[in-house]
Ligand binder design. Structure first.
Ligand code: NAD
Ligand code: TYD
Length: 359
């Protein structure tokens, strides 16, 4: 079991990938919501990890950052034991489908071998401590692609991953599940739809579009722009993970989604309208003129949609932010945080951009 938030003893969390997009939002959320708890972040600081995401927590006594690999067994063993960790919240992953198509190797290493290493370390730690939780944060992409009239994914859908990214996440989910059944470890899995919000690395769809509009650069829409994603504001994902960590049943999977299906082209147009309204002096206005259809992603999943009724009925979670509010907040955040995203448009980023888009 995981201690209740009312317990007088502070809980001790190890958050892997806590310098990335969702992980850092989760750490901010947790430190604000449960200020007595001790939070340790383990993050390798790959291209997607950014210490600036955690700057506001630097001086918090209850927060500590450790730079390192999740596949470093000695380091993970040391952290679990020395810090007497109660729960692992596992975000660390290679997370970008396009990068997995260009270079799948690190996806296998981090998502599969890294998760396996964490599970082995947790198994050893749990044998001694006899308490704890392992929450594995995964994606709806493991279920593959839906046709336009298919019902949304439930936890009972068969896995059918289509990209090296989703295949590596699917493999890691299977390992986590197996560790519950074989070793009775208290593991939990969540499969969430596309997130958006603050601290989202510039190469993903929403930040990429916001930043390109501000720079007056082309807005690359893959294929015909008719692919559908189910968008969830990142803070709602963090609230859902809180529910699962406290109330979820060990060995179970919970789907998390915003019930907000939007076609890519419609989403890009909403972002253009919001930027036209909120940003003064755009280099190109109206910014819809920048929309450019480009070559489709190989194996591009047509549609994702999540049926989140299990987490709603069993744990009482529902999303609190509508896509309209969430997108407005997000556009505002990118407008106000140029100092955060500008340094991320490094030479490495430009090279990646050139390789992917040729633009
Ligand atoms: P991200 O790419 O922004 O962050 C990943 C973090 O993991 C980075 O800080 C990176 O430095 C760190 N990392 C990578 N390899 C590591 C390693 N070997 N050892 C230690 N740290 C390492 O990813 P994100 O978008 O925040 O996603 C977090 C998790 O949530 C992932 O597991 C992803 O599969 C899952 N997820 C993401 C979404 C989404 O829309 N972004 C949706 C559902 C699920
Ligand atoms: P992305 O943010 O990469 O998330 P995922 O592939 O995990 O869903 O992309 C979201 C959608 O936007 C996806 O259908 C691909 C599409 N897309 C574009 O059309 N243009 C782009 O430049 C990017 C990055 C994505």
């Amino acid at each position: 079991m995981f201690l209740s938030p009312d317990s007088t003893t502070p809980r001790r969390l190890l958050v892997t990938g806590g310098a990335g997009f969702i992980g850092s939002n989760f750490v901010h959320y947790w430190c604000q919501t449960y200020p007595k708890d001790q939070v340790f972040v383990l993050d390798a600081l790959t291209y997607a990890g950014n210490l600036a995401n955690l700057t506001p927590l630097k001086s918090h006594e209850t927060f500590r950052f450790v730079q390192g690999e999740i596949s470093d067994r000695a380091l993970v063993d040391h952290l679990l034991q020395a810090e007497n960790i109660d729960a692992i919240v596992h975000f660390a992953a290679e997370s970008h489908v396009d990068r997995s198509i260009l270079a799948p190797d690190t996806f296998i290493q981090t998502n599969l071998v890294g998760t396996f290493t964490l599970l082995e370390a947790f198994r050893h730690h749990y044998q001694q401590k006899q308490s704890g939780r392992f929450l594995h944060v995964s994606t709806d992409e493991v279920y593959g692609s839906l046709n336009p009239h298919d019902p949304p994914f439930t936890e009972k859908n068969a896995y059918a991953p289509n990209s090296p990214y989703s295949a590596s996440k699917a493999g890691s989910d299977h390992l986590v599940r197996a560790y519950y059944h074989t070793y009775q470890l208290p593991t939990l899995i969540t499969n969430c739809s596309n997130n958006y919000g603050p601290y989202h690395f510039p190469e993903k769809l929403i930040p990429l579009m916001c930043i390109n509009i501000l720079l007056g650069k082309a807005l690359p829409v893959y294929g015909d722009g008719q692919n559908v994603r189910d968008w969830l504001y990142v803070l709602d994902h963090c609230r859902a993970l809180d529910c699962v960590l406290h109330k979820g049943k060990a060995g179970e999977t919970y789907n998390i989604g915003g019930n907000n299906e939007v076609k890519n082209i419609d989403l890009v147009k909403i972002l253009c309208q919001l930027m036209d309204e909120l940003a003064p002096d755009l280099p190109v206005s109206p910014s819809e003129q920048l929309i450019t259809f480009v070559k489709d992603r190989p194996g591009h999943d047509k549609r994702y949609a999540i049926d989140a009724s299990k987490i709603k009925t069993e744990l009482g979670w529902t999303p609190s932010v509508t896509v309209k509010e969430g997108l407005r907040k997000t556009v505002q955040w990118y407008l106000e945080n140029r100092d955060w995203w500008q340094p991320l448009l490094s030479q490495e980023y430009q090279d990646y951009y050139q390789q992917l888009y040729g633009l």
